[in-house]
Design a protein around this ligand. Structure first.
Ligand code: BES
Ligand code: MN
Ligand code: ZN
Length: 497
């Protein structure tokens, strides 16, 4: 997907499709719309004269050009101009791409003139993100397109602006990098468990590193054992696939400057282990590596953007399957941090592999550490599909993540991590149990993780309700969303600035 930013007059710019926002309160053809009216044989004013286009977000009408400028004009209802925010721009750009897609067009031009209530760089970034995310599609396992298959993907988007073109262009370049990272995460998420194994994620991380200049280190099972990462090894024991721990490093800051550490759960298939999950919907557990995919995607974007900070991405990766060699309920394991864990339910495996990864991250003495994981079904009950839960040891960090979430459109909302919850993790035989019972499942899971971060400012994002789904937003599709790649990149960039 190619994004170009042009300082071109929309009425004379040749394009198969020009998408133009129509804001609420637009009664007739004024300004740009009136100039477009002249090149659409009054199509614009005739459309605006009906109640078909009234600035409502669901409004969409195509009118046809009459001259050498746009062949078609898509009038897209865009709500109130004063209410237009980054997320509104993302969705608008995505709807432009979808309109082109439905018409079987390979390219579309989006007119951003008049949408300049937002700063140009912000506008360019959001528009490029929305367009690139919308154009992405997972096709690598399908045969050649057949009659009746969805039309060719949109391969080019033009953003037409009138002012601050350079800032618009810089923003669009950043947006492309962020979306490329998120689309990489979506591709990794989409791959089924038989392809996207721990060693596959590791080789993808190696490829990303050689493409972008990141450093990469892969821990195989021998190295995991040598280091004492027995929690990861214990989860992986029931599987034929070997576990891995992936470490990606971006050195954009001063030598010796404490890094920001990103950790993502890379559980490539979660059957539950001996505490087997029910069969219904189990295929979705290929998405249990979504946190790891987002960390790899974010590291890709951070390297592409050349963020001036040191950033380390860590992805513990394994499968969780039942077998004669699998971890059993009641087993006690020794973690890298030295704490012992009584495993009362093998389906609470994410916190086990994260325990070792977080302990490794803490050894790097980071300025801050953030993990993301499809950790609990409870978070889906608590927050549904519109926000991840954020919990941690540092209020300032939690607030930074909440703000980065709102700017990026990948929102998170706090839950408390009071010490009272720690009681639910007490064990008779070990230092703690891995499951704290039904009440506050998301909180006790985070509470478990907090045992492995030492004194590092740390926060955890539970993304079980937001990492994948039906694809309700214009820039999403059914399947993996890449969430929280955008949030992580936004947070890292805001800290680096
Ligand atoms: N990967 C699951 C969490 C999950 C649930 C992700 C639904 C996406 C959708 C995790 O490993 C898990 O099984 N958690 C258990 C923990 C329980 C045994 C304490 C859960 O939430 O049921
Ligand atoms: Mn599980
Ligand atoms: Zn899991």
């Amino acid at each position: 997907m190619q994004v170009r930013v042009l300082d071109a007059d929309p009425i004379s710019h040749p394009t198969p499709l020009l998408a133009v926002p129509v804001f609420e309160g637009t009664s007739g053809a004024e300004g740009l719309l009136s100039r477009l009216d002249a090149v659409t044989e009054r199509g614009v004013s005739r459309a605006l004269g009906t109640s078909d286009v009234k600035g409502r977000l669901r409004d969409e009408v195509i009118v046809y050009g009459s001259g050498s400028g746009p062949e078609r004009v898509a009038l897209l209802g865009a709500g109130a101009l004063e209410g237009l925010d980054r997320e509104g721009v993302r969705r608008l750009a995505a709807r432009a791409v979808r309109a082109a897609e439905r018409l079987g067009l390979a390219s579309v031009s989006l007119c951003l003139e008049g949408a300049d209530t937002l700063e140009a760089s912000v506008l360019g970034q959001a528009a490029a993100e929305g367009a690139c995310l919308a154009a992405w599609r997972y096709t690598e396992l399908k045969g050649p397109p057949r009659e009746g298959d969805p039309p060719i993907p949109v391969t080019a988007v033009e953003l037409l602006g009138a002012t601050a073109i350079e800032a618009l262009r810089a923003g669009a370049t950043a947006g492309e990098a962020v979306a490329a990272g998120e689309n990489l995460a979506r591709t990794l998420q989409s791959r089924p468990g038989n392809l996207a194994t721990p060693s596959h994620l590791a080789s993808e991380a190696e490829r990303v590193a050689s493409d972008t200049g990141l450093r990469v280190t892969i821990f195989d099972e021998a190295r995991l054992a040598e280091e004492g990462m027995h929690a990861i090894l214990a989860v992986s024991r029931g599987s034929q696939e070997e576990a891995r721990l992936i470490v990606l490093e971006h050195r954009g800051g001063r030598e010796g400057e404490p890094p920001m550490v990103l950790v993502g759960k890379g559980l490539t298939f979660d059957a539950g282990g001996i505490s087997l999950k029910p069969a219904g919907g189990m295929e979705d557990m290929k998405f249990d590596m979504s946190g790891g995919a987002a960390v790899i995607g974010a590291m890709h974007a951070i390297a592409t953007l050349g963020v001036p900070a040191n950033v380390v991405g860590i992805v513990p990766s394994s499968e969780n399957l039942p077998s004669g060699s699998a971890l059993k309920p009641g087993d006690v394991i020794r973690t890298l941090a030295g704490k012992t864990v009584e495993v009362t339910n093998t389906d609470a495996e994410g916190r086990l592999i994260l325990a070792d990864a977080l302990a490794w991250g803490a050894r790097l003495r980071p300025a801050a550490m953030v993990d993301c994981a499809t950790l609990t079904g409870a978070v889906v009950i608590g927050l549904g599909n519109h926000a991840a839960a954020v919990l941690g040891t540092d209020e300032g960090l939690i607030e930074e993540l909440r703000e980065a979430g709102s700017r990026s459109g990948e929102r998170c909302w706090p839950l408390p991590l009071w010490e009272e919850y720690r009681k639910q993790l007490e064990s008779e035989t070990a230092d703690l149990v891995n499951v704290g019972g039904r009440p506050a499942g998301t909180i006790t899971a985070a509470c478990f993780l907090s045992e492995f971060v030492e004194d590092i400012p740390w926060a955890h994002l539970d993304i079980a309700g937001t990492a994948y789904g039906d694809g309700k937003l214009p820039y999403q599709r059914k399947g993996g969303y890449g969430f929280p790649t955008r949030l992580l990149v936004e947070w890292v960039r805001s800290r680096a600035a």
